[in-house]
Design a protein around this ligand. Structure first.
Ligand SMILES: Nc1ncnc2c1ncn2[C@@H]1O[C@H](COP(=O)(O)OP(=O)(O)OP(=O)(O)O)[C@@H](O)[C@H]1O
Length: 577
């Protein structure tokens, strides 16, 4: 049953209708068979007795045969429709469910996977599932129903012939079932090599600009070529391994026909079987296994598709961030003895920070000291490995992640804009916001003027990732989004890239609009922007080494003082150069 669970990406109920209607359609498909046998019987009876052919019965059989063809056609329509509908429904609902699940997973889990892998799963694996439900399953059902019904019917005609005809079938089934683990293993290796090749291709395409800039074409391409070669070898292996198994099983099934001819001849010569029955068995025997042999030819594909489904099921089983409580009203944020690392190396080591409601806290420190990581923990992209983070005196771990995110606006360095209009990109901040609200937010974020200068204003489309806008423009759009969201907590990761003076002033003005009256935590790279912060936390190698106001820290003459002095000097260098 696990196989049915996997090939439907955890939704086996969706197979009910396709299977039921495939069975019905295959039962109807047996009708013409029995009618042809009836016609043969009428003709043979006349030859064997010397009596004239019973034309009335023969015409009647022909008429029934015609009607059975219509019935076959009508029976196939729902089978076809439910198989395809089932397949597309499983894929469409599954893709939506997986996308929703991905959103709820800790970001750490997602970033640990190869970038192309998830996209591949969404499109490629679900396409395999679609194919399995729409084509392979009906074929398999047909391949089993036809011989089973034929066997039962033939038992009544002559049990000895029926048994001999199907004698070798269990051997074929044993061969297929006995090698199923091996088939899965070979299929798994093939799938892994396919995913690896897709990931290398994605990496190559994503990095094509860098590859050109640093003339890495040769080295990177060798890596990609190796991945394609490995994929090719696994494809050859899968064919080379599976074909002999399937062909042996098919040969066993066909051997049953030879056994039947021997037994039939023996019985006929011994006078224990009449010619009509023998001919009937010969006609049925040559056709009855056809659906089964073609289904077996594709059976290894079912295993293969099952693995695609299993990958999806495994991802759906990955635990989402826990927490069910609605976020509290208060917005004090407290980190208590927090330790966190992305892998084994600890990035934050036992840190404690208090950020009172309505205050502005700045996180400063050398590159890699863990500033952005603190913001990510507060946004609950990850949970700390030790210690806790409290918001409004509640442990974040018990708060429902969605409810927490409603309280938080984030403006990070790597602004992502969707392939949509500028207006809709701002509207992501508040679902259903009116045009007036969008424009108001844009005005406060100092982006209304540049938007109005664009050919289609707010309806101007932006390329994927915001590629058609400058860094400063993208940043201001993301601030407008955050202003529209109007969340009480603002997390700000200041841009490290140097902005031109005009953009810098505009962004600072936009940020001032955004942070008014809120609990703000800002990662500051340019210390002059946080001189007025209520509290400045200085991080070094994942530890809080100093904290206080700008004036207090300058007096301490510690790390902050050093950083401040260096930045003051470098800004003077810039001005004099
Ligand atoms: N997703 C990740 N996976 C693994 N390591 C990471 C990840 N993100 C950050 N790190 C590592 O964690 C450490 C702290 O990173 P973080 O971005 O918090 O530092 P930062 O102080 O904000 O640095 P910067 O000022 O350069 O932005 C760095 O050594 C970084 O390489």
């Amino acid at each position: 049953m696990k196989i049915l669970y996997n090939i439907t990406a955890g939704n086996p109920k969706k197979l009910r209708k396709p299977i039921v209607f495939s069975v019905i359609s295959n039962v109807i498909n047996i009708l013409p068979f029995t009618l042809v046998m009836q016609a043969v019987k009428i003709i043979f009876e006349s030859y064997s007795t010397g009596a004239p052919i019973d034309t009335y019965k023969l015409w009647l059989t022909c008429g029934a045969l015609f009607l059975s063809m219509i019935a076959m056609f009508l029976g196939e329509i729902p089978a076809y429709r439910f198989s395809f509908r089932g397949a597309y429904m499983v894929a469409a609902e599954g893709r939506a469910k997986l996308a929703e699940h991905l959103r709820k997973l800790p970001l750490g889990y997602l970033t640990s996977r190869d970038p192309g892998d998830l996209g591949n799963m969404m499109m490629g694996d679900f396409t395999l599932i679609e194919h399995c439900i729409s084509h392979l399953m009906p074929q398999l059902v047909g391949g089993l129903v036809m011989p089973i019904i034929a066997f039962i019917g033939l038992l009544f005609l002559d049990w000895r012939m029926a048994v001999s005809m199907f004698a070798a079938l269990p051997i074929a089934i044993l061969i297929i079932a006995g090698t199923s683990k091996l088939q899965r293993r070979v299929g798994k290796r093939h799938m892994e090599s396919k995913i690896y090749a897709a990931n290398r291709l994605q990496e190559y395409l994503n990095g094509i600009g860098t590859i050109k800039a640093y003339n890495l074409t040769g080295e990177r391409f060798v890596r990609l070529e190796k991945a394609f070669r490995r994929f090719m070898m696994e494809s050859i292996k899968i064919e080379g391994f599976l074909q002999p198994i399937v062909l042996t099983a098919i040969a066993c099934i066909r051997a049953g026909l030879t056994v039947m001819v021997f037994v039939g001849t023996h019985l006929l010569l011994g006078g224990e079987l009449n010619v009509i029955t023998f001919v009937t068995f010969l006609i049925v025997g040559t056709r009855v296994f056809d659906p089964l042999t073609s289904a077996l030819g594709n059976f290894s594909e079912v295993h293969y598709d099952e693995q695609a489904g299993e990958r999806i099921v495994n991802l759906l089983n990955e635990p989402i961030l826990p927490g069910e409580k609605i976020a509290p009203e208060g917005h004090d944020i407290i980190l208590k003895d927090v330790t966190f690392g992305y892998g084994d190396i600890k990035v934050l080591k036992d840190i404690s920070i208090e950020m009172p409601e309505g205050s502005l806290t700045a996180l400063v420190g050398p590159s890699g000291s863990g500033k952005s990581t603190v913001l990510k923990l507060i946004a609950r992209f990850y949970d700390p490995q030790k210690g806790k983070i409290l918001i409004g005196n509640e442990d974040m771990k018990i708060i429902e992640p969605e409810s927490l995110l409603q309280k938080v606006s984030m403006v990070f360095q790597d602004v992502y804009l969707f392939q949509d209009t500028i207006g809709n990109n701002i509207r992501f901040g508040k679902e259903g916001a009116t045009q007036a609200e969008v424009e108001e937010a844009a005005k406060r974020a100092c982006c209304h003027d540049f938007i109005m200068k664009l050919p289609q204003g707010y309806d101007t489309p932006v390329g994927e990732g915001g590629s058609t806008l400058s860094g400063g423009e993208k940043q201001r759009i993301s601030i407008a989004r955050a202003i529209l969201k109007n969340a009480p907590v603002v997390l700000l990761d200041e841009a490290t890239a140097s902005l031109d003076p005009e953009n810098e002033v505009e962004i600072q003005r936009a940020i001032n609009e955004l942070i008014q009256g809120r609990t703000v935590i800002v990662v500051a790279h340019r210390l002059k922007t946080v001189r007025s912060a209520d509290n400045i936390i200085v991080l070094d190698e994942g530890k809080v080494v100093e904290q206080g106001t700008h004036d207090e820290l300058i007096l301490q003459k510690g790390l902050y003082y050093d950083l401040w002095t260096i930045q003051q000097k470098s800004s003077r260098w810039k001005m004099s150069s």
